[in-house]
Ligand binder design. Structure first.
Ligand SMILES: Nc1nc2c(c(=O)[nH]1)N[C@H]1C(S)=C(S)[C@@H](COP(=O)(O)O)O[C@H]1N2
Ligand SMILES: [Mo]
Length: 321
């Protein structure tokens, strides 16, 4: 019997659409057959649920809750960017099921007095978990409103005691060639690396994130731990972190390396600075704005200007985009 694994259905195989759809159907059938035989496995879970179902207790922090209507859990967990699993919005939820998230460790390295390797459990217990509702604005022109669970990254940073040389924080994300079909495409230089200036990383909004919608993160949203930086374009919020490195020099980040003319290091949401190929002045809220409804205006710093504008005083944000 031929059981198709996700690696057999790579979009990068560039199969004609019909063949590709047929493979998906076969895969779903394989999942059905497996469940009929009582075999619990990835195919079941992948085909029938997009969330983990594992509750993550947290206190809602009203100071970090935007009033916008949250995007549905379904959209949040099935409309994703996670290029390690493919470049289509549905690829992460379709193919991230095999990502190994346990055991998981995060290494804290570089310019810190207390370098250490933390288990996911220890990392999660380092500070009280909070639920916060943030806007997320993707550089591609869409946005969502998402209830995340986590704590301010600042709590971890204080714990590991950065030295005076630590000026940037680099986030290195997972590379699992056998579970990440997207790694075979050379769209980005893997691992996916992002970074923040130290003061940005210490800003209380910057969230070390373990959950979404009251549950642990689904793989497609960056399980088991990611960062969320709500005043910057979504690509700054690296998923599935394995290393947090404190460094003196501004790190070479994946998107800047891939297209420096298009993606800046700061990547602050800014309606006044167009992407070279499209405007950033407006956005489409997923699940609310149709393709033909007027787009809503994008806010400077994604609406978080009161909290973060001072970080950039004196900088020319049209040059340092
Ligand atoms: N490792 C990794 N992290 C990533 C990405 C990625 O491709 N790989 N995509 C980024 C982009 S472009 C966005 S918009 C957000 C999307 O997060 P979400 O799918 O949980 O909404 O994740 C960011 N983090
Ligand atoms: Mo994005």
């Amino acid at each position: 019997m031929l059981i198709r694994r996700p690696s057999d259905v790579l979009p990068s195989e560039i199969t004609p659409e019909a063949v590709y759809r047929d493979r998906r159907r076969l895969m779903l059938q394989a999942g059905l057959a497996a469940s009929a035989m009582g075999l619990a496995g990835w195919s079941d879970r992948r085909a029938f649920a997009q969330t983990t179902g594992v509750k993550l207790a947290a206190q809602r922090n009203g100071a970090f809750v935007v009033m916008d209507k949250p995007t549905s859990q379904k959209d949040v967990t099935t409309y994703n960017n996670f290029y390690e699993f493919g470049t289509d919005k549905g690829d992460p939820s379709d193919y991230a099921g095999r990502l190994r998230t346990s055991p998981w460790t995060v290494a804290i390295e570089g310019e810190v007095r207390k370098p250490q390797v933390l288990s996911l459990d220890d990392l999660r217990k380092l500070a009280p978990l909070e639920e916060r509702v943030y806007r997320l604005r993707c550089v591609e022109g869409w946005s969502m409103v998402i209830p995340w669970t986590g704590y301010s990254l600042a709590a971890l940073i204080r714990r590991v005691e950065p030295t005076g040389n630590a000026r940037f924080v680099e986030f290195v994300t997972a590379v699992q060639p056998d579970t990440m079909p997207g790694l075979r495409t050379r769209v980005l230089d893997w691992p996916y690396v992002e970074a923040l200036r130290m003061d940005e990383a210490m800003q209380p909004l910057t969230l070390l994130t373990f959950g979404v919608y009251g549950e642990t993160l689904p793989n497609q949203n960056g399980a088991p731990v990611r960062v969320v930086v709500p005043w910057k374009y979504g690509f700054k919020s690296g998923k599935s972190l394995v290393k947090i490195r404190f460094v003196e020099k501004q790190p070479a980040t994946s998107w800047v390396k891939a297209a420096p003319q298009e993606y800046g290091f700061y990547a602050n949401v800014n309606p006044n600075v167009p992407h070279p190929r499209w405007s950033q002045a407006s956005e489409r809220r997923i699940g609310e704005d149709g393709l033909f409804s007027p787009k809503r205006k994008t806010l400077m710093f994604n609406g978080y200007g009161d909290q973060v504008a001072s970080l950039y005083a004196g900088m020319d944000l049209a040059r340092d985009y």
